[in-house]
Structure formats: structure tokens, C-alpha cells
Design a protein around this ligand. Structure first.
Ligand code: DCP
Ligand code: CA
Ligand code: CA
Length: 390
């Protein structure tokens, strides 16, 4: 059924060139985006915030309120507060509403993001993170192109993130990146939108063209001059006119996007920026030795990743997640990049000792992260040398 319909569409749309014998197997692409990410992380850490307006702010430090809102939860958005709004304005909008104003803690959101991306990576065929709280993924192979299975996969991904991090997200699934991204936008907050191949064009047609990924105000206004307002109108536009207005490449993209047949693949991030491993401890503890022991395998995994990718690291971080799911970290940065496993093994217990002492509470989960990755040039670390010699 899908195959026949897809076949028809491909003939209508010359830009959609399938490859070889599997040309008519629809791809299954997803886009995941965490809901009001920074603010939701803060709610998870402090559940008493739930139901109240929360704004996460970047203070510039000039005056007490100078700076902007990084993001806001939906309770605050209901009063017109949004990312980029001056803090003073946001406070004014929320006057008398008992808002919680929180200083942005980028490091914390990075740690949580890295953890979620690691989890996601193990649940999909290919993962392409595109921001701190979002990623494209491909599940064509694991679902065999079956959109019923795709829905179940997306549901288990949502479930896993709730289970592991207590965070909600929105997911869109469709046959191209453009469709998947639209789906996650429309599913916000907390939803799942699956657009099957046969539903794609009717789904897209009535939407404003400006909603398509990559179409900004400038493109929208040129399209307007051409009498094109909806995606359906764009799909029926004269290809040569689009080409002359926008150039071959972007003109071709616009047409493909409008039919949900943009062919851009999900590209696994080639250049990692960090490697991390997190485990749930066998019992809640802040005993550094006990924690480090249970991270032994994780450290080996990280070391393996460093070897595989030819990277060394500058910074190593001990991550402790408390029973209330708040995240505490302690890092050490080396003067030059290092890649020795014995350095990892030696540093981690010391960092956890420090972390446990300053936090003074027990950890439920614990992890290690190395970041500040650099290419290992010609230097061979001691342990790598030994490994190679064996
Ligand atoms: N962010 C920021 N400043 C902006 C936009 C975003 O600091 N102008 C940060 C805070 C957000 C995070 O990036 O939490 C992710 O951005 P999103 O655009 O995905 O917005 P949210 O996740 O906050 O909200 P939504 O639920 O709409 O996705
Ligand atoms: Ca988001
Ligand atoms: Ca986002």
C-alpha cells in the first residue's frame, strides 16, 4: 500500500530520486525536542516549582535585572514570556503570579543533554544531535519501514526519557527531516505526531510555507510575491521559476520539502565533543570507592571511545545524581590533553570524594564524562603503548 502510493508520488516529483531496489521503501525519520528544556530541568530538581511560572535567566550583571530570559515554562508563557525577553519585562508580565527566577546553569543542562543523547543513541539506528535539546534520528532499518512499529519505538523513547530523567519531550516521525521536524513542533508540548508516508502530502498542503524548516521571513516574502502562501501551493510551483528566484540548490530543496521528499540523511555526529557513561548505583551511596568501582566498566568504555576516535581530553567530570534527580558535578581540567586510562581511573575516585564531601548527600546514579576533546597527534600514551605491544 505504502509502496504503491510512494511510487506515484515519486513520478509526480522528479526531485525525489530513490536509490536502487529499495527506492520505494519509505524512510522512517524522527525528530525529538525536549519540552521547555532548561525550565523543565529546574522543575525536576525542585518539584515544588510545578504549576508556578518559572523563568531561567542569563544575568548580564550590569544592574540587578539586566539580562534576558533563556526559556520559560508554559505557566510563564501563558503571560507572554518567551526566550530572549528582557528579564525586567518578564518580571513585569508575571507580577503577582509568584514566579521563580532561576539563574541559567549551562553545565548542568549539558550533562543532562549528554546523558539523554547517549540513551537515545542506543535506541535508534542513527542519531544526529542538532542542539542541546534536540536531535534527528533514523529508525528505517529497525522498523523495516513499518509506521506502526515506528509509533511504538517513538513511544518507548518517550517512556525511557521519563523513566531515566523525569523529562517530557515531543517527537515527530515522518519520511523526511522536514516532516519529522514539523511533527515535533506540532506535538509540543509532550506529544507524538506520526505522519505516515501516505498521509504526508495532505498533512503538509494546508500549512503555511513559512513553517517549513529553512524557510525564514525573507523566503516567505519572495514566495508571497509569487503568490505562494501554503505548502501545497509551493509543491505545485513551477520548478524553473523557483530555481530562477532561489537558485538551483535552494529552489530544489523548497520543492522537495513541500512534498516531504527532502532526501537529507540523518548523519551520525562525526566529531564527538564528549564521551560519558552513567550508571544507576546498586544502592544509594556517596562512598567514592564504591561509586568508582561501579563505574569501572564505564571508564573502560570511555577509554575505548577515546582510542576508537583518536581523541584525547582536557577535562574529566564526575557526575552525581541525587535521589531527587538533581545533578551535581566536579571537574578537573588538565593543562594539556591526555588520553591515559590510568589517569581516568586515578582521577575519578578523587573527584567523587570531593563531590560527596561538598554535596553531603547520597547518589542514586553516577557517571564520568571526558570533554575538551582533541585529536591525539603522534603522541602515544603509556597505556596505549602497552596495549599495542601486547
Ligand atoms: N535557549 C536559550 N535562548 C533562546 C532559545 C533557547 O537559551 N533564545 C535555550 C533554552 C531552551 C533550550 O535552549 O530551554 C532549548 O530551546 P528550544 O527552542 O527547544 O526551547 P524550549 O525547549 O525551552 O521550549 P519548547 O518546549 O518550545 O521546545
Ligand atoms: Ca525544546
Ligand atoms: Ca530545541
Amino acid at each position: 500500500m505504502d509502496e504503491i502510493q510512494d511510487n506515484t508520488r515519486r513520478r509526480q516529483n522528479p526531485l525525489n530520486r530513490g536509490a536502487g531496489g529499495t527506492a520505494f521503501l519509505s524512510r522512517v525519520i524522527g525528530h525529538i525536542d525536549l519540552d521547555y528544556f532548561y525550565a523543565q530541568v529546574e522543575e525536576v530538581e525542585k518539584p515544588s516549582l510545578k504549576g508556578r511560572p518559572v523563568i531561567v535567566c542569563v544575568f548580564s550583571g550590569r544592574t540587578e535585572d539586566s539580562g534576558v530570559v533563556s526559556t520559560a515554562n508554559y505557566e510563564a508563557r501563558a503571560f507572554g514570556v518567551h526566550s530572549g525577553m528582557p528579564i525586567a519585562q518578564a518580571k513585569k508580565n508575571l507580577e503577582g503570579r509568584n514566579p521563580e527566577v532561576i539563574r541559567m546553569d549551562h553545565e548542568k543542562y549539558e550533562v543532562i543533554s549528554g546523558r539523554i543523547m547517549d540513551d537515545l543513541g542506543s535506541m535508534v539506528d542513527a542519531l544526529e544531535p542538532t542542539g542541546i535539546d534536540e536531535a534527528f534520528f533514523d529508525i528505517t532499518d529497525s522498523t523495516g519501514g513499518d509506521y506502526g512499529k515506528a509509533r511504538r519505538s517513538a513511544e518507548s523513547i518517550k517512556q525511557a526519557i521519563i523513566q531515566n530523567e523525569h523529562l517530557t519531550c515531543s517527537i515527530g516521525v515522518g519520511r523526511s527531516k522536514v516532516v519529522a521536524k514539523l511533527g515535533s513542533d506540532m506535538a509540543k508540548p509532550g506529544g507524538l505526531m506520526v505522519v505516515s508516508p501516505e498521509a504526508t502530502e495532505p498533512f503538509l498542503a494546508p500549512l503555511d510555507a513559512s513553517r517549513l524548516y529553512g524557510i525564514g521571513p525573507k523566503t516567505t516574502s519572495v514566495l508571497g510575491e509569487m503568490g505562494i502562501r501554503t505548502v501545497g501551493e509551493l509543491a505545485r510551483a513551477d520548478p524553473s521559476e523557483l530555481e530562477s528566484r532561489f537558485g538551483r540548490k535552494f529552489g530544489g530543496y523548497l520543492l522537495a520539502a513541500a512534498t516531504g521528499s527532502d532526501a537529507d540523511p540523518v548523519v551520525v555526529g562525526l566529531e564527538p565533543t564528549q564521551f560519558s557513561r552513567i550508571v544507576t548505583l546498586r544502592r544509594d551511596t556517596r562512598d567514592a570507592k564504591e561509586v568508582a568501582e561501579q563505574l569501572s566498566e564505564g571508564m573502560q568504555y570511555i577509554y575505548g571511545k577515546l582510542l576508537q576516535s583518536g581523541k584525547s581530553f582536557r577535562t574529566i567530570t564526575a557526575i552525581g545524581i541525587l535521589t531527587d534527580l538533581s545533578t551535581k558535578t566536579r571537574s578537573k581540567t588538565f593543562e594539556t590533553a591526555v588520553s591515559d586510562v590510568s589517569l581516568i581511573r586515578g582521577t575519578v575516585p578523587a573527584l567523587f570524594y570531593e563531590l560527596g564531601r561538598t554535596v553531603g548527600r547520597e547518589f542514586r546514579r553516577a557517571g564520568v564524562r571526558v570533554s575538551g576533546l582533541e585529536d591525539v597527534k603522534d603522541q602515544t600514551s603509556l597505556s596505549e603503548f602497552i596495549r599495542q605491544a601486547r
